[in-house]
Design a protein around this ligand. Structure first.
Ligand SMILES: [Zn+2]
Length: 324
């Protein structure tokens, strides 16, 4: 299947032409200075057309446009239910109509973490597996779940999307979602600077000299033996491990895929989480495996073909039911 794919990140939109498990051409559009999504739709359309030209393909041969969006999406209706403060104007736009009018293609939209899980299952580290949990560690903590080879969506399209908002500390920090002690409030990119600065020995740490505080610096300083960095890194590892056990208990996966920018520290994170899971997860059948995502920023883009194929199989089933 040939398809167009968009991955709407916080600061960039990934645009790609994909054929099955391969990206034929891709490009990234900076969106930090854009005034909403509506203002850059023409640029997105131009970019997709350019990428098709570069690939030697054309719109007529495409099966559709798949969009990964950072928010809660109802893929059945292509409705954006919550935008998480990114592309706020998108709720007012009818992207399916835009896609039909400008590109002549049907559009399907899904939450970006779910798209990434579809991509990893189709072309990455979850190939051949049907029961998979994905946890992405970055500015926030994203989640998605596949059971029996189907994405878990729930009554209001938010099942498993909130995998980073399971409370790991009931007297913990207030989260942006309104809950207390979510994994995301305790160990994510947005929460990290506050957590580091709260450490009683912060003033004595090398981290106090850094203009910006992020996970790369935290892991670097911890590797250099900085006491504060070691303490905070340990706290974050324990939070991610506790969250992973909660996800395993909730969803019974064979494998938990960990992805996102923080996985630059995978050599420390994966063995720690696996060890914690081995000791503490209740899995009478064996041991859930903790594995790094393979596709990086391409995961959501490569979710395009399975997302579009999923709709096709639903349509075929509906048609078969009507015929019967
Ligand atoms: Zn939360």
């Amino acid at each position: 299947m040939l398809a167009l794919s968009l991955d709407m990140g916080g600061t960039h939109i990934g645009c790609a032409v994909v054929r099955d498990q391969k990206i034929l051409a891709c490009s990234s559009l900076a969106t930090e200075s854009a005034k909403g999504l509506g203002s850059i739709l023409p640029l997105i359309a131009q970019t997709l057309q350019r990428l098709l030209d570069e690939s030697g393909e054309n719109l007529d041969a495409c099966s559709g446009l798949a969009v990964g969006f950072p928010g809660i999406i109802d893929a059945r209706t292509n409705c954006i239910l919550s935008t998480l403060k990114k592309y706020e104007d998108a709720k007012e736009l009818d992207l399916a109509v835009w896609s039909k009018e400008v590109l002549g293609l049907s559009l399907r939209m899904e939450n970006d973490a779910r798209m990434a899980l579809l991509g990893e299952q189709f072309a990455g580290s979850a190939q051949g597996l049907n029961d998979v949990v994905m946890m992405t560690l970055g500015t926030g903590i994203g989640g998605a779940v596949m059971i029996h080879g189907r994405l878990l969506r729930g009554a209001h399209a938010q099942a498993a999307c909130l995998g980073g908002h399971l409370p790991v500390h009931y007297r913990g920090r207030l989260c942006k979602c309104g809950n207390i002690g979510c994994a995301e409030a305790e160990a994510s990119g947005w929460a990290l600077p506050g957590i580091i600065r709260e450490h009683p020995a912060f003033a004595t740490s090398l981290l106090a000299l850094e203009p910006e505080l992020n996970f790369r610096q935290l892991f670097d300083m911890a590797n250099r033996g900085d006491r504060v960095a070691l303490d905070v890194r340990q706290h974050c590892l324990e939070v991610w491990a506790a969250n992973t056990v909660a996800l395993i208990h909730a969803y019974d996966p064979e494998v938990v895929i960990m992805g996102g920018g923080v996985l630059g520290g995978a050599d420390v994170i994966l063995p720690f989480v696996q060890n914690h899971v081995n000791k503490h997860a209740w899995a009478a059948w064996g041991t859930p495996v903790i594995r790094a995502a393979e596709l990086g920023e391409n995961a959501a883009l490569l979710g395009a073909v399975p997302l579009l194929a999923e709709e096709r199989s639903c349509d075929e089933k509906a048609t078969a039911t009507v015929r019967a």
